[in-house]
Design a protein. Structure first.
Length: 221
């Protein structure tokens, strides 16, 4: 038996992408477009993007819903006049294959540049001493920065510092993706039974920590 991955949502009634049968891949791709489907990736200015550039996924096809029942406002927000569905998912395309990298509402905006938490988390998990990690935006003095909550492997607890993680991480990513919002060690990254990170709780942690960090900064001044 072969298990394949695909992509879909309620508004497309089933799916719009899948990995073709017989293809063996562990790249994390959600596959290629279904027949009779169209898609495009757009940035914040609604400009269409090319390969290897993350953008919001728009899809169009016969399976896309015609709207939300008795909710014209939601329909106008998600469906364009010519039938494009704004999915809210951030994807990357390469040679006709697609990868879902994040949700648009979860993106961290650093000096007008978008940073996907999933990308930061993937880098953190490359560290030999990191068991799990979650990234979220933190607003300090009206500026948003990436912040990470990290669970260490047992052998590294008490031996590795947050600043050491930051320094290691800074060599792996572009300047605007660095963890300038700090690193905090936690016993466990909160997740649903499905393994999905509880982003809502992470944002609450971020707001709590921002109040503390801003208070410390003001105290020093």
């Amino acid at each position: 038996m072969q298990i394949i991955q695909g992509w879909g949502m309620t508004e497309v009634t089933c799916g719009a992408m899948h990995v073709p049968g017989g293809v063996d891949t562990d790249s994390g791709t959600v596959g290629q477009l279904h027949p009779n489907c169209e898609c495009k990736l757009l940035n914040e200015e609604e400009q269409e993007l090319g390969d290897d550039t993350p953008g919001e996924l728009y899809v169009k096809g016969p399976q896309v819903c015609i709207g939300y029942w008795k909710n014209d406002v939601a329909t106008k927000e998600c469906l364009s006049a010519d039938g494009w569905l704004k999915t809210g998912d951030v994807a990357v395309r390469r040679d006709g294959w697609f990868w879902i990298v994040d949700r648009k509402k979860e993106l961290i905006k650093v000096n007008a540049l978008q940073v996907a938490p999933a990308e930061l988390e993937a880098v953190l998990l490359e560290h030999d001493d990191v068991a799990d990690a979650a990234a979220v935006g933190i607003t300090l003095h009206d500026e948003e920065w990436p912040r990470a909550y990290v669970t260490l492997k047992d052998h590294a607890k008490g031996k590795l510092t947050e600043s050491e993680i930051q320094e290691w991480f800074s060599k792996k990513v572009a300047k605007h993706k660095q963890l300038k919002g700090g690193v905090m060690f936690v016993d466990e990254v909160p997740k649903l039974a499905s393994g999905k990170i509880v982003r809502k709780l992470m944002k609450e942690w971020s707001k709590r920590d921002a109040a503390v960090l801003e208070g410390r900064t003001k105290a020093r001044l």
